[in-house]
Ligand binder design. Structure first.
Ligand code: A3P
Length: 295
């Protein structure tokens, strides 16, 4: 591992995976003992894969299109971030989740090895969201710049790209994360979703999600959910756009930044792109995961 000038506030290693201070070791220990219900739905994503998008979609599907509540409560309270402990606001995802009425939609960025033990023996469902790693890396770079919990990264894009390839970022290596969850793709209670598919045909993906989640919603409700979750609409909606989150400086870069497939082309040089591709092939080429880098 190279050495980098940037340090995450409160950074530490847990099972050799890097975490920032908002995910302390005691919370990671407690996650393992988290009590899982059969009707829970987990949203498993690496940071910047489009987590918020899938949370809003899933919450609305599981709550029969309850837009009234969706317009009253921020998505991060309706669908808590399991391993997150906000020291400033004294909020812990685990506690918020424990108090929620079922069905609970629970977000986690944890690798499969650090998820609650009971996930294996309960009938709960897990949606795993994948996005091509070049767009993930660019999105993460901008989020690192904007977020004070990540220490408002001031280094160069190139330095960040190496940090990403090295797994020297919060929640560790995207490559290890992806290998772990890919291994779960044939589990009947797990569904793999691709960000690029959501972009290409959101309405159709809503149907697939409804089928997997066992929610035969009327067509007009499905249409309304897809409309509500379009990028422009979620960006304008204060319950989903995270403009009120104190740790994100939206003037530097908002959480809902561009919402595109292929934005990586605006920042990668040809040499960086080739190096990144080679790294991906060496690490993951044998798995043949159908990532798409353009639409
Ligand atoms: P960009 O930075 O590329 O714009 P996460 O929720 O996992 O932190 O991911 C954030 C990324 O998902 C951002 O990507 C954000 O714009 C994108 N995103 C969020 N909601 C979206 C939507 N409704 N449609 C498309 N992209 C969305």
């Amino acid at each position: 591992r190279r050495t980098y000038s940037h340090k995450l506030p409160g950074e530490h290693l847990y099972d050799d995976i890097l975490f920032f201070g908002y995910t302390p070791a005691d919370v990671l220990d407690a996650v393992k003992d988290f009590e899982v219900r059969d009707d829970d739905v987990f949203i498993a994503t690496y940071p910047k894969a489009g987590t918020t998008w899938l949370q809003e979609l899933t919450w609305l599907i599981m709550h029969d299109g309850n837009f009234e509540e969706a317009y009253q409560k921020p998505v991060y309270f309706r669908s808590p971030f399991l391993e997150f402990k906000d020291e400033v606001l004294n909020e812990i995802g685990l506690d918020i989740a424990a108090q929620l009425q079922p069905p609970r939609i629970i977000k986690s960025h944890l690798p499969v090895t650090l998820m609650p033990n009971q996930i294996q023996n309960r009938n709960c469902k897990t949606l795993v969201l994948f996005r091509n790693p070049k767009d993930v890396c660019v999105s993460y770079y901008h989020f690192y710049r904007a977020s004070s919990s990540f220490g408002n990264f001031r280094g160069s894009w190139e330095e960040f790209m190496y940090m990403f390839l090295d797994g020297y970022v919060d929640h560790g290596s995207w490559f290890e994360y992806t290998k772990g969850w890919w291994g779960r793709r044939e589990d009947p209670n797990t569904m793999l979703v691709f960000y690029e598919d959501l972009k290409r045909n959101l309405r159709m993906e809503v149907d697939k999600l409804c089928a997997f989640l066992g929610k035969p919603l009327p067509v007009p409700v499905r249409e309304e959910i897809a409309r509500h979750c379009r990028f422009e609409n979620m960006k304008q909606n204060p319950m989903t756009n995270h403009m009120d989150v104190y740790s994100i400086d939206s003037n530097i870069s908002p959480l809902l930044r561009k919402g595109e497939v292929g934005d990586w082309k605006t920042i990668f040089t040809v040499a960086q792109s080739e190096q990144f591709d080679k790294f991906c092939t060496d690490e993951l080429g044998h798995l043949d995961i159908p990532f798409r880098y353009t639409l």
